[in-house]
Design a protein around this ligand. Structure first.
Ligand code: ADP
Ligand code: PRP
Length: 163
C-alpha cells in the first residue's frame, strides 16, 4: 500500500518541528525536507535554503508537490516525496493551514496532525526560540486560524505541558 502524506500544522511556535522530531527514528516514516527562501541557519528544522531566483527556477521545473508564501518567505514540499509515498513510507511535512485543501487533493492518502497551544505559550516559545524579531513574532501571533475542509482526517494535539 502507498504511504500517507501527513501534514503537521498549527501556529508559529506551537511545536511542529519539535513534534516531528519525535518521529525521526520511527521506521517507515520520513520527514519532508522543505525548500524555503530563508538562509539555512540553525534550528529544529532541516530545510534547503534557496534564493528567490532558485525557488522560481525549481517551480518552473515542476520540482514542487506543494508551494505557498507566508511570513514574507516562500516554502515548498519537494515532488521527491512522491517516491517515498509510492514505496509505502509515510511522509511528515509542515505546511500552511491554508494549503490543507490543496494537499488533500494532491495526495491519495492524506491526514493532518493539528497542534494547538495557548497564545501565552506561543509568545513565550517564540521569544525563547529567538529566530524572529519582536515585530515578526507579533505578526506570527496574529495570523488568523483556519477551518479544516470537510472530509479531511485530523488528529488534534494540544501541545502544552511537557513536549
Ligand atoms: N510542549 C512544549 N513545551 C515547551 N516548549 C516547547 C514545547 N513544544 C515546543 N517547544 C519549544 O517552542 C519553540 C518553538 O517550537 P518549534 O518546534 O520550532 O515550533 P514551530 O515549528 O511550530 O514553529 C522551540 O524552542 C521548542 O523547543
Ligand atoms: O499559514 P500558516 O498555517 O500560519 O503557516 C504559514 C507558514 O508558517 C510556518 O512556517 P515556518 O515553519 O517557517 O514557521 P514556524 O516554524 O514559526 O511555524 C508553516 O510551516 C507555514 O509554512
Amino acid at each position: 500500500m502507498i504511504g500517507r502524506f501527513v501534514a503537521v500544522v498549527g501556529p508559529s511556535g506551537v511545536g511542529k518541528d519539535s513534534v516531528k522530531q519525535a518521529f525521526v527514528l520511527e521506521p517507515n516514516v520520513v520527514l519532508a525536507r522543505r525548500i524555503i527562501t530563508r538562509p539555512a541557519v540553525g534550528g529544529a528544522e532541516d530545510f534547503e535554503g534557496v534564493s528567490d531566483t532558485a525557488f522560481d527556477l525549481l517551480r518552473q521545473a515542476d520540482a514542487f508537490a506543494l508551494h505557498w508564501s507566508a511570513h514574507g518567505l516562500r516554502y515548498a514540499i519537494p515532488r521527491s516525496v512522491d517516491r517515498d509515498i509510492a514505496a509505502g513510507r509515510d511522509v511528515l511535512g509542515n505546511i500552511s493551514r491554508g494549503m490543507i485543501a490543496e494537499a488533500a487533493a494532491r495526495f491519495a492518502r492524506f491526514e493532518v496532525i493539528s497542534l494547538t497551544a495557548s497564545r501565552t505559550s506561543l509568545a513565550q516559545r517564540l521569544s525563547v526560540r529567538a529566530r524572529e524579531d519582536a515585530a515578526d513574532i507579533a505578526r506570527r501571533l496574529d495570523r488568523p486560524s483556519f477551518d479544516f475542509p470537510c472530509g479531511v482526517k485530523v488528529h488534534h494535539i494540544v501541545n502544552e505541558g511537557t513536549l
